[in-house]
Unconditional design. Structure first.
Lengths: 319, 251
C-alpha cells in the first residue's frame, strides 16, 4: 500500500543571520501492506509528522521515491491525493460550523455531488456516533467528539488508506480507548491505517506493525512482538546504591546468563537475560555471596521502550 | 468547469459563515458612515463647492474606494484563524482547485463590500447625492475589482506571514500612504506638484479619479477606462500571486 525508498526532506531555518539546514527526514525506507494498522513511533521531532505530510502530498520530498496507494508520490501527487485520507494533528474543524456541514463540505471538496455528499455525511455521523450533535457547532464538542468528527472528515471519500497524525494526543483515557476502537473498526472495513504516536502502549496495543523513528531515520521496523523478541528475553532491574554499583556490575557482567548489562547513573544495573524467572535467584545468590546490599529487584518483560533504548541509547520516556 | 464549481463551493461556505454572523458587515461600514456624517459636512465650505450635493459627488466615491481597500486588506486575519484551526490544510489534502480556495473567499469579500457600498450610497442619497444608475454600476464594478485585489493580496500575505502580529502592522504600513496618496479625503488637485507626481504612481489614485468621474456623470472621461484597466490588471496579478501561495506548502 505504501513503499518508500530513501525519502528525505530538510528544512532551512534562520536563526538571526545564520541559515541552518535541518535534516528532518534522512532517507526513510518503509513498506506498509494493505489492511494493517501501521504505527510510526518516536519522540517529538523525530521526523514522523514530516514523513507523514510528505506521504500525504502536503510537502514535497527533497529526494527518494515512494508509491502510495498505487500512485507515484513524486510524479503524480494529485492522484495520491485522491486515493488517501489525512487527519492532521492539530485539528481541522471550524468552531462556527456544525459536524454535518463540515462533512458535506469535505465530501464536496473531493468532487462528490451534493445529494451523495449529504447521504455520506449522515452515514458517517451514524458510524461515528455523532448523530446526536450533528447540527451543533463544533465549538460545543468535547475533545473526543471533535476528534471523531476529524477522523470522519478524513475518510468521507472512502480512501484505501488513511493517515492519522497522533490521533489520541490530548484525549482522556476513556476517549482514547474509544478512538482505538474506531481505528480498529476502520481496519475491519478493509482500510489501511497509518498512525504516528509517541505513546508506547498505543503502538504496542493498537498497531499490527510499527517503525521506530529517531532523528529522521527509521531505526527498527516490525511487529511489536518481533521487535521485543529481537532484544531477546527479559530485563531485570537490580537496585543498588551508587557505591556498590560498579562492584556488582563487574560481578554480574561475568555471569553466563547475562546477555547485556547497563549501569544507571543513579545506582543500580539493568540486565538483559533470556529468562528472567530463572535468572533472578542466581542474581540474588551472586550479590549475597559477595556481601553486597541490594535495595530492590524487578523483572520486566521487554517493552517497546527497551527496543527504543537498545536502538538509540536513550529512553523514549526521557526524550 | 471544475474551477467554477469549486469556487462556488468555497464561496457558498464562506457566505454562509458570514451570514451566521452578519454583524461584521455593519462593523465594516461603521467607520465610513462616521466619515459621511461627521466629516463630509465640512467639505462644502472647504472645497468651495456650490452645493452640498456637489461636495458629496467628490467625497462619496473616495469613501467607497477607501472602503474597498480597507475591507479587502484586512480579510487576511480571518484566513490566519482558518490556518490555525487546520481548515486550510484539510482543504489542501483534497483535490479541490487551489485557485478556488482563494477565489471563493475573495468573492465573498467582494459581495460583502458591494452590500456595504450600496448602504453607503443609499445614505448619501439622503444628503442629495444624485448619480446615474449606469455610471453607478460601473463604479461598483471598479470597487469590486479593488476589493478582489486587496483581499487576494491580503490572503497571500497572510499565508506567508502566518501570524496576526505580523499582518496588522504590515497592512497598516501599506494602507496609510496608499490612502493619503490617493486623494480619497480631499482631491489631489489641491496638492503641490511633487505630491501629485508621487500620487500618479499610486494605482488607487487612478481608481479614485475614475470613480469620481463616474459619479460626476463623465462616462467618456479617459480616467474611467484608465482606472478600470489599471485596477483590472492589478487584480489579475494579485489573484495569480495569492493563488500560488495557496498551492504552496502551508501549515
Amino acid at each position: 500500500m505504501i513503499e518508500t525508498r530513501g525519502l528525505r526532506k530538510s528544512f532551512r531555518s534562520r536563526a538571526g543571520r545564520e541559515t541552518k539546514t535541518v535534516d528532518a527526514v534522512r532517507g526513510v525506507d518503509l513498506t506498509v501492506t494493505e489492511g494493517e494498522i501501521f504505527g510510526f513511533l518516536g519522540p517529538n521531532g523525530a521526523g514522523k509528522t514530516t514523513t507523514l505530510r510528505m506521504l500525504a502530498t502536503l510537502i514535497e520530498p527533497d529526494g527518494g521515491e515512494a508509491t502510495v496507494a498505487g500512485a507515484d508520490l513524486l510524479k503524480d501527487p494529485a492522484e495520491v491525493r485522491r486515493r488517501i485520507g489525512y487527519v492532521a494533528q492539530g485539528g481541522s474543524t471550524w468552531d462556527e460550523s456544525t459536524a454535518r456541514e463540515e462533512l458535506v463540505l469535505q465530501a464536496r471538496m473531493y468532487g462528490i455531488g451534493r445529494a451523495e455528499a449529504n447521504r455520506r455525511a449522515t452515514r458517517s455521523l451514524d458510524a461515528f456516533q455523532l448523530s446526536d450533535y450533528a447540527d451543533r457547532k463544533c465549538k460545543t464538542y468535547s475533545g473526543g467528539q471533535r476528534r471523531r468528527v476529524e477522523i470522519a472528515l478524513g475518510i468521507i471519500h472512502e480512501p484505501r488508506i488513511v493517515f492519522l497524525d497522533e490521533p489520541t494526543t490530548g484525549l482522556d483515557p476513556q476517549s482514547r480507548a474509544h478512538m482505538w476502537d474506531e481505528i480498529r473498526r476502520l481496519r475491519a472495513d478493509g482500510m489501511t491505517v497509518f498512525i504516528t504516536t509517541h505513546y508506547l502502549d498505543e503502538a504496542d496495543a493498537l498497531c499490527d506493525r510499527i517503525a521506530i523513528m529517531d532523528n529522521g531515520e527509521v531505526v527498527a521496523e516490525g511487529t511489536p512482538t518481533d521487535l521485543k523478541r529481537e532484544i531477546s528475553g527479559d530485563v531485570v532491574l537490580v537496585g543498588l546504591d551508587v557505591a556498590t554499583t560498579p562492584r556488582a556490575a563487574e560481578l554480574l557482567d561475568s555471569e553466563p546468563y547475562v546477555n547485556k548489562l547497563e549501569t544507571a547513573d543513579e545506582g543500580g544495573v539493568r540486565l538483559y537475560v533470556d529468562e528472567g524467572a530463572t535468572a533472578i535467584p542466581q542474581i540474588l545468590r551472586r550479590i549475597d555471596h559477595a556481601g553486597l546490599e541490594l535495595t530492590s529487584i524487578e523483572l520486566h518483560r521487554p517493552s517497546l521502550d527497551d527496543v527504543f533504548l537498545t536502538k538509540t541509547g536513550r529512553s523514549l520516556r526521557e526524550s | 468547469m471544475k474551477l467554477a464549481r469549486d469556487t462556488w463551493l468555497i464561496f457558498e461556505r464562506q457566505l454562509q459563515l458570514l451570514l451566521r454572523n452578519p454583524v461584521w458587515v455593519f462593523v465594516g461600514i461603521f467607520q465610513p458612515v462616521m466619515y459621511l456624517l461627521l466629516f463630509a459636512p465640512l467639505l462644502k465650505p472647504a472645497l468651495n463647492a456650490p452645493t452640498q450635493a456637489e461636495a458629496y459627488k467628490i467625497f462619496v466615491p473616495g469613501l467607497l474606494v477607501l472602503l474597498a481597500i480597507f475591507g479587502g486588506l484586512f480579510q487576511g486575519f480571518g484566513l490566519i484563524a482558518e490556518l490555525r484551526a487546520g481548515v486550510i490544510e484539510r482543504s489542501r489534502v483534497t483535490p479541490i482547485s487551489r485557485l478556488a480556495l482563494l477565489l471563493g473567499r475573495s468573492l465573498r469579500d467582494v459581495v460583502s463590500l458591494l452590500v456595504q457600498a450600496v448602504i453607503i450610497t443609499l445614505l448619501a442619497l439622503l444628503f442629495d447625492l444624485r448619480v446615474f444608475i449606469g455610471d453607478l454600476l460601473l463604479a461598483y464594478l471598479l470597487l469590486a475589482l479593488i476589493a478582489l485585489m486587496t483581499s487576494a493580496v491580503s490572503y497571500g500575505v497572510a499565508l506567508k506571514v502566518k501570524s496576526e502580529d505580523a499582518l496588522a502592522p504590515l497592512m497598516n504600513t501599506v494602507a496609510q500612504p496608499v490612502l493619503l496618496l490617493s486623494g480619497i479625503l480631499l482631491p489631489l488637485t489641491f496638492a503641490p506638484g511633487w505630491l501629485q507626481g508621487v500620487a500618479n504612481w499610486n494605482p488607487f489614485s487612478w481608481a479614485v479619479d475614475g470613480t469620481r468621474a463616474l459619479f460626476a456623470g463623465d462616462l467618456g472621461d479617459d480616467k474611467v477606462w484608465q482606472g478600470l484597466a489599471i485596477i483590472a490588471v492589478l487584480a489579475a496579478a494579485g489573484v495569480f500571486w495569492a493563488a500560488r501561495q495557496f498551492a504552496r506548502s502551508v501549515r
